[in-house]
Design a binder for this molecule. Structure first.
Ligand SMILES: Nc1ncnc2c1ncn2[C@@H]1O[C@H](COP(=O)(O)OP(=O)(O)OP(=O)(O)O)[C@@H](O)[C@H]1O
Ligand SMILES: [Mg+2]
Length: 290
C-alpha cells in the first residue's frame, strides 16, 4: 500500500567499501502474520529516516533486519536489497569493512583499553593515513555530543552511557566511515541529540534513527510508523512539519534551560516560568513571520 513517495534518484557513491547506493526494505509480515501495509521503502545516501512506534512494536527488529540483510530468513520475512539485489545468505563481509554500523540500545564496551588506544587500533585496522588526526577528529565529534568530555586516557569501561554512545557514533562515522548507520534510541543515553543530527547531516550517509523524539522524527526525510511488528505507515515530512520542528526546538531549549536551573539549585518562580513561556510564544511567532 505504501511505497516511497520521495522522489529518489540515487547518485553513485564513491569511496565506499561496497559502493552502496541504495537500500530497499521490502515488507514481510507482522506479529499476527498478516502482510505489512508498507510494501517497501528505499534509502539513498544522504537520507535520514526515523522509525517510530510504541514499546515492543518491532522497531529494533526492523533495524536488525537491515543490519542482517534479511532475505526472508527472519521472523518478519522481510527482504533487504542492496543496489536492487538481495544479499546471499552466505555472503560475508570482511568485519573491518562491514558497511553497516549499529549503535544498539544496550551497547557497552567490554574492553578496558584506554579510549585513545582503542581508537588507534581501530583507525590502524581501517588503514587510516593519519591515525592521530583521526583520533582527534573522532574525540572532537564525540565530545560535541556528550556533556562530560571524554579523554584519551579514560578506560573504555569507565565511560558513562552517554559517553559510550557518543564515542560509538563518532567512531562509526569517522574512523569506520560506515555508509549506513543505524541508531537505536540514543535519547535515553544522555546525548545531545539535535547536535548529533546537525553534525550527522554533514556526512553523506544513510542514517536510520529509532526514536521517540518528535524533533528527530520531524527532521528526518520520512518516518516509518510501526505497530504490532509491522510497518504500518510511511510519512514524508511536510513543510508544515518542518516548521513544527522549529517550534519544537524552541520548546526543547526552554526545557533545557529549566533543567539547568533545577540542576543548579534554583527555584522556579511564577515570574521565571512566565518569562520563559512568553519568550517561547514571541520567539515562535517571530520565526513564523521570517
Ligand atoms: N514482524 C515480526 N514478527 C514476529 N515477531 C516480531 C516481529 N517484529 C517484532 N517481533 C518481536 O516482538 C518483540 C518486540 O520487538 P522489538 O524489540 O523490535 O520492539 P521495539 O519496538 O524495539 O521495543 P522497545 O521500544 O521496547 O525497544 C521481539 O521479541 C521481536 O522478536
Ligand atoms: Mg527496541
Amino acid at each position: 500500500m505504501y511505497t516511497n513517495s520521495i522522489d529518489i534518484t540515487c547518485n553513485f557513491a564513491e569511496n565506499y567499501f561496497m559502493d552502496i547506493n541504495k537500500i530497499t526494505v521490502i515488507g514481510g509480515i507482522g506479529k499476527d502474520k498478516s502482510p505489512e501495509k508498507v510494501e517497501k521503502f528505499e534509502l539513498c545516501m544522504g537520507n535520514i529516516i526515523s522509525i517510530v512506534g510504541p514499546t515492543g512494536c518491532g522497531k529494533t527488529t526492523l533495524i536488525n533486519d537491515i543490519e542482517l540483510f534479511a532475505n526472508k530468513n527472519t521472523p518478519s520475512m522481510r527482504t533487504i536489497l542492496i543496489n536492487d539485489e538481495p544479499v546471499a545468505e552466505d555472503f560475508t563481509f570482511d568485519p573491518s569493512k562491514h558497511p553497516i554500523a549499529l549503535i544498539s540500545q544496550h551497547t557497552n564496551f567490554l574492553s578496558d583499553l584506554p579510549v585513545g588506544e582503542f581508537l588507534k587500533i581501530h583507525s590502524t585496522i581501517r588503514g587510516s593515513e593519519n591515525v592521530s588526526a583521526m583520533i582527534d577528529e573522532t574525540l572532537d565529534f564525540a565530545n560535541q555530543l556528550t556533556g562530560e568530555a571524554i579523554i584519551k586516557e579514560t578506560a573504555m569501561t569507565q565511560l558513562s552511557g552517554g559517553q559510550t554512545r557518543s564515542l560509538l557514533i563518532a567512531d562509526a562515522v569517522i574512523i569506520g566511515n560506515s555508509p549506513i548507520i543505524l541508531l537505536d534510541e540514543i535519547e535515553n543515553a544522555g546525548i545531545h541529540r539535535t547536535k548529533a543530527l546537525e553534525l550527522l547531516k554533514n556526512y553523506q550517509k544513510i542514517f536510520v534513527f529509532v526514536t521517540h523524539d518528535p524533533r528527530i522524527a520531524l527532521l528526518s526525510d520520512f518516518r516509518i510508523i510501526m505497530k504490532n511488528g509491522a510497518m504500518q505507515k510511511m510519512i514524508t515530512t511536510s513543510d508544515e512539519e518542518k516548521m513544527a520542528a522549529i517550534g519544537l526546538k524552541q520548546l526543547d531549549d526552554i526545557m533545557l534551560d529549566f533543567r539547568k536551573m533545577i540542576r543548579a539549585g534554583e527555584e522556579i518562580t511564577n515570574d521565571i516560568f512566565d518569562k520563559h513561556i512568553n519568550y517561547l510564544v514571541t520567539n515562535y511567532q517571530y520565526s513564523l513571520k521570517k
